[in-house]
Write a protein that binds this ligand. Structure first.
Ligand code: FMN
Length: 250
């Protein structure tokens, strides 16, 4: 079994920053401007540090017409910059790895006051101007900028009980908080395709597709919210994407 590269990758300070930025992140589609020079420098710094091996992030001036307008979804407009989430197709679970680092980047941006929107479907592949090696693929993009409007007050999400296989009120606090952080995570078409089960110090992330951005995003949220106790990630098998094992006080 492959070693999970998330183990020890993010410092306690990064995990705490991500935990605090979680409630601030939402999918912003209307921007009034881009990051200023300081914010852009900080985004470049973050992009160079948050990506797991086999993935990387490129920040570019937003190409014209990068985003497709689709019926019933607010068009993405006004962003001066964009980021490309890039994965090496030969890595183990490349989309999941890109989801982990990509969400860390999105939360670094939120902590800097920069808004984002994960986009893996509604963008024009033909205008993406990333400098890719033979094995690399752009797996998603995001606009980067400052929101034109106030953030929405309501998040449309499943209830915690719907994503947990047993009542999470009976779980230890770290597992409950990690599950709640997964509940708040963004997902493609807001499908929230994850389930969580807890037993014997282990929180399991379950899903139909182990290699997906959504699963990586959920893992990053679990990593951010699981608390200070020593913990270990292991990849799962079949419907279990990954296990998070935490040292609990007796
Ligand atoms: C992997 C991923 C792909 C997404 N792709 C698109 C997309 O192609 N177009 C779009 O407008 N929004 C896209 N979204 C944004 C989701 O629709 C959004 O995260 C979800 O509705 C939850 O809303 P929130 O992010 O405001 O909490 C994507 C989100 C994720 C996580």
């Amino acid at each position: 079994m492959e070693e999970c590269p998330l183990n020890g990758f993010y410092s306690p300070a990064q995990r705490e920053r991500y935990r605090q930025a979680l409630p601030r992140r939402y999918s912003c589609r209307a921007y009034r401007g881009g990051p200023d020079a300081d914010q852009l420098a900080a985004l470049h710094y973050a992009a160079a540090r948050v990506c797991l091996p086999g993935t990387r992030i490129e920040i570019v001036p937003c190409p014209e017409k990068l985003f497709l307008h689709v019926p019933l979804v607010e068009p993405i407009r006004g962003a001066t910059h964009a980021a490309y989430f890039i994965a090496d197709k030969n890595a183990y679970l490349p989309h999941t790895l890109a989801g982990i680092g990509g969400e860390a980047f999105v939360l670094e941006a939120a902590a800097l006051g920069i808004d984002t929107c994960w986009v893996s479907g509604t963008y024009r592949r033909s205008v993406v101007d990333a400098d890719l090696t033979e094995n690399e693929r752009v797996v998603a993009v995001t606009p980067l900028g400052v929101a034109e409007k106030e953030p929405p007050t309501v998040r449309k999400r499943k209830k915690l009980a719907e994503i947990c296989t047993t009542p999470p009120e009976n779980w230890p606090l770290w597992a409950y908080q990690a599950a709640e952080a997964v509940r708040q995570a963004p997902s493609a078409v807001n499908m929230q395709p994850w389930r969580l089960s807890y037993a014997q110090r282990t929180l399991r992330l379950l899903g139909k597709r182990a290699d997906s951005l959504d699963m990586g995003i959920a893992m990053l949220h679990m990593e951010a919210a699981a608390g200070d106790a020593p913990h270990l990630w292991q990849w799962g098998e079949d419907k279990c994407v990954a296990h998070l094992i935490v040292e609990e006080n007796p």
